[in-house]
Design a protein around this ligand. Sequence first.
Ligand SMILES: Nc1nc2c(ncn2[C@@H]2O[C@H](COP(=O)(O)OP(=O)(O)OP(=O)(O)O)[C@@H](O)[C@H]2O)c(=O)[nH]1
Length: 330
Amino acid sequence: MAGYLGSGKTTLLNHLLRNNDGRRIGVLVNDFGSINIDAMTVAGQVDAALSLQNGCLCCAVDEEGVDPMLDRLAYPGAPVDAIVIEASGIAEPRQLVRLVLSSENPHIEFGGMVEVVDAAEFEATRNRHPELDDHLRFADLVVVNKIDRVDEADHRRVLGTVREVADGAVLEAEHGRISAGILFDDPEVRDSAEAARQLSFADLWHDDHEHDEHMHAAYQSVEFTSDRPLNPSAFMRFLNERSRGVYRIKGPVDFGASGANRRFVLHTVGVYARFDRSRWPAGARRTELVFIGTDLDADQLTKQLEDCVDSDPEVVDERGMLYVARHLED
Ligand SMILES: Nc1nc2c(ncn2[C@@H]2O[C@H](COP(=O)(O)OP(=O)(O)OP(=O)(O)O)[C@@H](O)[C@H]2O)c(=O)[nH]1
């Protein structure tokens, strides 16, 4: 997560921690001066936070320190489901994403780059920092925050400009209240002992805002399933041209004989796309994709995907599989 000084990164982070829907969220910040997650997580005291085993792991890191810190948070049976890295106001988001993507830790999956923008300061910030446009283009999700601080005309203008410049999905928010569901997968079902620990975390949390579920900025999810294989060329064309509101896509894809009857599990965030190849469990061979994003047109998406169904799945589409192979995990 990135954003200029005072845009509301910490506020958004605190909102996610409080409204985690049972997800255990670890936190990495590279500028402790700007973060006040809670008195219970004293700056840099990773071990103290770890010993709470409740999903909030705070530690001061510089960018070079990211990989070892990720290794400390992500391992089989780790106490967190998702990690939020908050870049300081001046950090270069690209560098941070490169570090996450280049992590060799098999338990790390890139979840997306979120850029937080202050709606009231947007134009002034953009004048002072023309590179903001680059950051908006690069972000997988832009959160236009502090909507309460602008009048309707400014609101419309700022949102219009952001939508024009940004390549990814755009959400508006007040006090960083977005739904955790757009960023994170559903929490795993845990045993009651762990659920109790999560509760004690919520109890510990110093909540100084009214909790109002209805204030969460909405996102949509659209599901597509097909028992008939998809044509790889058609599907890769669809992926390349997917609507910019699509923040994430995940799920298995059946490419039929073209994919040597294997299961290709797709995971996309913004423009990033990856396939993991595996075998189909008995009786479960079908394409089952979930699309998560903003401003999604469910009918259009469904129609586009139906058009990807292979009319001749026994004919091997080698060319299409070459495109798929570019996104295969090593
Ligand atoms: N009115 C209003 N104030 C907000 C909103 N979101 C955050 N703030 C306030 O804006 C100030 C800055 O918010 P932070 O969350 O600390 O911003 P930040 O991006 O973490 O700041 P740095 O870490 O300094 O870059 C705080 O006083 C917040 O309470 C919002 O949507 N509306």
